[in-house]
Write a protein that binds this ligand. Structure first.
Ligand code: CAA
Length: 380
């Protein structure tokens, strides 16, 4: 076991940190208040290779490993978790999905611009009546000659308004249950493809989330990803990697809450001394730091297994379950340490709590992660 990062890992971490501090930090507060999508920042993230980090250079990516991706995700989410989720969906769910399962035609036409950050992707699995119970897909795709006719609705789609390309799970064979679900790549602007209003969210407000509607939307048969009937397996396999990305996002928030608490406790005076001198504060800070370190170990372990080509879905679920929980805990503690100042927008810690909560919900709720872990432990 080796706990050292390579020179390359440290370089990626440093460049993500520099980018986040210099290009993202200044506008994060206003974008949160105004729920404004970071269009220019996403463009720059693409130019720097942060949107196709793990994709092979032949397909326009940076050719890095999952550990590099985790380190970059942490640094970016530490400054703005909205930018973190935009980056995570494009990298883990869309680019990784297309690189693993897309045809050569799909890779050439869609993966290359997505990995270069010239186009943005979204992943559309959830529906009004199929969230955690994701096999209950009502969206249908009927094959009619050289196209599928797509009908239905998707919910809670990250990048739903800003994305160019959408991976849409739909039923191609109702009788086959989850074995009748397929994945189609749909382009923005396809006739019959629309989206609902931008959701007015509690946190990660600078990322856009909306519903999608399909009414007799024609999708060319060559835009089928993997085989017909493999869409549910596709979604599950890809979400395993996605959960590593969201764990990293949560760690970024948890670490930001810790850093803010250390800084504030060394500045704030009460009873004639800085509050960092009080054990009540020291114990909170120690607990926050241990949680961050433990979450990093779990998440880097899942990333290392993935990079080694080993089974990692249980470890990814453990990483997401724990990291999302401690992101909420650390954000709450940071507010407590800041007292009244933690409850107002002037200090950033109230945003950390609002941003942290979603990490316990999307890409599989905490309860779903526990199901994934328990099933693996209890299987015969
Ligand atoms: N990895 C790989 N395959 C998995 C898997 C995993 N973690 N979990 C299930 N599967 C496979 C099973 O092996 C099985 O495959 P076969 O049919 O080939 O044998 C198939 O999926 C069906 O599995 P189950 O019989 O266990 O199905 P189930 O209905 O009992 O439970 C579930 C499945 C684990 C609860 C699943 O529905 C699930 O993970 N739900 C959560 C969905 C989710 O994460 N949604 C996130 C939306 S996307 C998002 O949030 C993105 C964003 O915008 C930020």
């Amino acid at each position: 076991m080796n706990f050292d990062f390579t020179e390359e890992h440290l370089l990626i971490q440093e460049s993500a940190k520099d980018f986040a501090q210099s290009e993202i930090a200044t506008s994060a507060v206003d974008r949160d208040i105004n729920a404004e999508f970071p269009g220019e920042i996403v463009k720059k993230m693409g130019e720097l290779g942060f949107l196709g980090m793990m994709v092979a250079p032949d397909y326009g990516g940076a050719g890095l490993d999952t550990i590099s991706y985790v380190l970059a995700m942490i640094e970016i989410s530490k400054v703005d978790a909205s930018c973190g989720v935009i980056m995570s969906v494009n990298n883990s769910l869309v680019c990784h999905g297309l690189e693993e399962y897309g045809s050569e035609h799909i890779k050439q036409k869609y993966l290359i611009p997505l990995a270069k950050g010239e186009k943005l992707g979204a992943f559309a699995l959830s529906e009004p009546e199929a969230g955690s119970d994701a096999t209950k897909q009502k969206t249908t795709a009927d094959k009619q000659g050289d196209y599928y006719l797509l009908n239905g609705m998707k919910n809670w789609i990250t990048n739903g308004i800003s994305a160019d390309y959408f991976l849409v799970m739909a039923t191609t064979d109702k009788a086959a249950g989850h074995k009748g679900i397929s994945t189609l790549l749909v382009e923005k602007g396809a006739p019959g493809f629309g989206h609902g209003k931008k959701e007015d969210k509690m946190g990660i407000r600078s990322s856009d989330t909306c519903s999608l509607t399909f009414e007799n939307c024609k999708v060319p048969v060559e835009n089928l990803v993997w085989d017909e009937g493999k869409g549910f397996n596709f979604a599950m396999n890809i979400l395993n990697g996605g959960r590593i990305g969201i764990a990293a996002q949560a760690i970024g928030i948890a670490e930001a809450a810790l850093d803010a608490s250390i800084k504030y406790s060394k500045e704030r005076k009460a009873f004639g001394q800085t509050i960092s001198n009080f054990q009540a504060i020291q114990f909170k800070i120690s607990d926050m730091a241990v949680r961050v370190d433990a979450a990093k170990l779990l998440t880097l372990k899942a990333a290392a297994l993935k990079d080694a080509g080993k089974k990692y879905f249980k470890e990814a679920a453990e990483a997401k379950l724990y990291s999302s929980k401690i992101a909420v805990q650390n954000a709450l503690e940071a507010i407590q340490i800041h007292g009244g100042y933690g409850y107002v927008r002037e200090y950033l810690v109230e945003r950390y709590l609002r941003d942290a909560k979603i990490t316990e919900i999307y890409e599989g709720t905490s309860e779903i992660q526990k199901i994934v872990i328990a099933r693996e432990l209890l299987k015969d």
